[in-house]
Design a protein around this ligand. Structure first.
Ligand code: GLC
Ligand code: MG
Length: 491
């Protein structure tokens, strides 16, 4: 995982169903609180790991249904599949390791002898995971008998019971805890062991996470009996593990606060942006704060006042522009004025969140920030890849930022809905027209605002059209620097 050059400040390793994702919260409020906290305060220097029992198929399905962030690392199928980044590159070393003393055919053969076991769907049968349903009262006996049989056949397996119904059979070296131990070992070898790790779970297959040395752990308030029982028998006296009083993602935020792992106030918990603590100010925070205001404006949850819009205008550069996904360009100030007409137009229905916020400092006072901006309104999901240029208003970041430029691009399929289910998903979105080699830029060079430059595929031929409004002139070297910054940032 080379997104970070330094050890992560915090690594969160969270289960999804009933931990990060609350299936009883149709408004997804605790998840959205977590998202805002993460993108505002942690994304730039920390790692988010999702560790789920779901197969890749069901994991991708969940991402279509819930406003989830993109994790840095995804561990699926109960710690048997590890992938990295948005494109989910598999860890083949882990696959090799799991092949030891494992033979899926033998597992299938032996389990057929148990009529109590009902095979789960085909998608959930994976190379290193065989899964069944079994009634609670039969689980213990079946597990005991089965492990004896498999041992006799020369296999070394792990049998896990979760959620009072799911029975998974995995290689002994697999499981959520072992996958985490493997990652920590990898980070250590690279000199990038996270400063703190927080594991979060609710059910039986999460128990292993809590037995990894040195990690903090939170069992969310709604944790299953089997996990609480495991804790009572195995980890009762470990002060680094708590049973939260809050459900799901809110329980995770609670644990961050209780263990003092970093900021634990989600921007969504603040009524107005002036309540933000100065030390929280970074480009990610600015972006989250802005889109939260935008959501609240359209939901009519903030006061409808000209004064608020004037305040927004005051943080936009007077000649800054907004490039709409259609390619139409408008002054930023006009866009803010136009917001007057959409006050309360999406009462109760709109949610806005940002994902994958990344920023690069491109001059002493200027940041290039890139992120995915999501809007969910009723059944309709829309995503824009967004690039913003922010300039700090004074030497210190705590004085806030000026928005110099905003450029949005639709992602393929965005904005279409069908049959009640969104067709457009986070997991499998494709870029439509966006390419770092082919984009219009408005850049601040040496404090001057260069008007624009059209970068074509060859890169260099674009340097001639770079006359700045304040007379700033781009040099070949500057264009190269910008291109390589963009490339590093988005590679
Ligand atoms: C998820 C998986 C299922 C597994 C369960 C418990 O629900 O889809 O196959 O049995 O997690 O690990
Ligand atoms: Mg769970």
């Amino acid at each position: 995982m080379d997104r970070l050059n330094n050890p992560a400040r915090l690594m969160i390793v969270s289960d999804l169903d009933h931990t990060m994702v609350d299936h009883h919260d149709s408004e997804n409020l605790s998840l959205l609180r977590f998202n805002a906290l993460w993108e505002a305060n942690y994304r730039h220097d920390s790692l988010l790991v999702f560790s789920t029992g779901r197969s890749p198929t069901l994991y991708k399905q969940l991402r279509k249904e819930k406003p989830m962030l993109t994790p840095d690392i995804t561990i699926m199928s109960v710690g048997t599949e590890i992938t990295y980044g948005n494109s989910m590159v598999p860890d083949n070393g882990w696959v090799q390791f799991l092949n030891q003393k494992w033979d899926k055919n033998i597992v299938m053969e032996e389990t057929r002898k148990f009529p109590e076991l009902k095979l789960q769907s085909e998608t959930e049968q994976r190379p290193h995971k065989v899964s069944f349903y079994v009634d609670k009262d039969k689980a213990r006996d079946v597990m005991r008998a089965l492990s004896e049989l498999l041992e006799k056949r020369g296999l070394d397996v792990k049998i896990i019971y979760s959620g009072g119904m799911d029975l998974d059979i995995l290689p002994q070296g697999a499981g959520k805890g072992q996958a985490l131990a493997y990652l920590l070992k990898k980070f250590k070898a690279e000199g990038k062991l996270p400063n703190n790790t927080l594991v979060c779970g609710d059910s039986g297959n999460d128990a292993e996470l809590f037995s990894i040395p040195d990690v903090y752990g939170v069992m969310v308030s709604n944790a299953q009996e089997e996990l609480l029982q495991w804790h009572a028998e195995n980890a009762k006296n470990n002060p680094k593990i708590i049973h939260a009083t809050e459900r799901c993602a809110s329980g995770i935020i609670q644990a961050i606060g209780q263990f003092s792992l970093g900021p634990n106030t989600s921007p969504r918990d603040l009524k107005c942006s002036s309540e933000c603590k100065m030390e929280d100010t970074n480009p990610g925070h600015e972006i989250v704060k802005f889109y939260l205001f935008y959501e609240r404006w359209r939901r009519a949850e903030v006061e409808n006042s000209d004064q608020s819009l004037e305040k927004l205008k005051a943080v936009c550069y007077p000649s800054g522009v907004f490039i709409h996904p259609s390619g139409v360009e408008r002054p930023l100030h006009d866009c803010i004025s136009a917001m007057k007409n959409c006050y309360g137009d999406k009462r109760k229905s709109l949610r806005v969140w940002v994902d994958r916020v990344s920023s690069a400092q491109i001059s002493s006072d200027t940041w290039l920030v890139k992120f995915d901006k999501w809007e969910l309104s009723g059944e309709e999901w829309q995503c824009c890849m967004t690039t913003v240029i922010l300039r700090s208003r004074a030497a210190s970041l705590s004085d806030g930022f000026t928005w110099m430029h905003v450029h949005q691009t639709w992602l393929e399929g965005s904005g279409h809905v069908g049959g009640g289910m969104p067709k457009h998903k986070q997991g499998d979105v494709a870029k439509k027209t966006y390419s770092w080699r082919s984009m219009r830029l408005v850049m601040c060079i040496d404090g001057n605002l260069a008007q624009s430059a059209l970068m074509d595929q060859s890169g260099l031929s674009s340097t001639s059209c770079s006359k700045g409004v304040h007379g700033g002139q781009w040099t070949v070297l500057q264009v190269h620097t910008i291109l390589s910054t963009l490339h590093d940032l988005w590679a």
